[in-house]
Design a protein around this ligand. Structure first.
Ligand SMILES: [Zn+2]
Length: 234
């Protein structure tokens, strides 16, 4: 075999692997239900270790029951999206199918660590508990970059959740007429209030979500006045 022949062989092997890999990717991607605005960032193939406690019967004459931990490893894909980590379990040997078995919302993620002497495992903890994975290509050397990939998404997710919250807050624009009835219920009758900017007396408007200070010209929002009054009434 000459060098060219070897090259040719290598190319066809590479092409075959690529094709097989693509097929594999397509087969599991359809089993994950992405939400609006959600996208797959990264994925790793490997297995997930689950342990179950089963009660084993012991003793021939006097029966004793002992709890016994059974560990099971199932193949699949750990998929990182911009919102969560999803474990897709693979079922069947020839006609492979994938099932989203569990998910970890990124904002609930607590930590990622590694364990195991030879067969390294990745342990991911969230509010629900710990999940253990053996991921292809993730050893102790790759752990840092794996962590970074995941935590970048965690940070981005937390930021976008915070932004959404902020948006919601802005959307609730309080009205001064609502404020007045709120105060009256609390036994408070206000004709004027102090401008938050300059401290000048401002007439309490009958309606609208904003008013202008006649002294300094600052915009005063019902939302901000409400916060102060809430502290007063409790
Ligand atoms: Zn003012």
């Amino acid at each position: 075999m000459d060098v060219q022949q070897i090259d040719q062989n290598l190319i066809s092997i590479a092409a075959f692997i690529l094709l097989a890999a693509r097929r594999l990717v397509l087969s599991w991607q359809s089993s994950i239900m992405l939400r609006k605005g959600e996208r797959i960032v990264c994925y790793w193939s490997g297995d997930c270790e689950t342990s179950q406690t089963v009660v084993v019967q012991k003793g021939k004459y006097v029966k004793r029951y002992k709890p016994h931990e059974v560990k099971e490893r199932k193949n699949g894909f750990l998929v990182l999206t911009n919102e969560r980590l999803v474990w897709l379990e693979q079922r069947g040997i020839f006609g492979k199918s994938y099932h989203a078995l569990f998910e970890m919302p990124l904002e609930h993620l607590k930590g990622i660590s590694m364990g195991g002497a030879i067969m390294k495992y990745v342990s991911i903890t969230d509010a629900e508990g710990e999940q253990t994975f053996h991921l292809m290509g993730i050893g102790s050397r790759e752990l840092d970059s794996f962590k970074q990939t995941v935590f970048e998404q965690v940070e981005a997710r937390k930021r976008s959740l915070e932004e959404e919250k902020q948006k919601d807050r802005v959307h609730i624009l309080l009205d001064f007429s609502f404020l007045k009835s709120y105060m009256e219920k609390g036994g408070l009758v206000l004709q004027t209030f102090k401008c938050p900017e300059c401290g000048a007396s401002v007439k309490f408007p009958d309606a609208g979500s904003q008013t202008v200070c006649g002294h300094c010209g600052a915009n005063i929002y019902a939302n901000d006045v409400f916060k102060k009054i809430k502290d007063l009434i409790g």
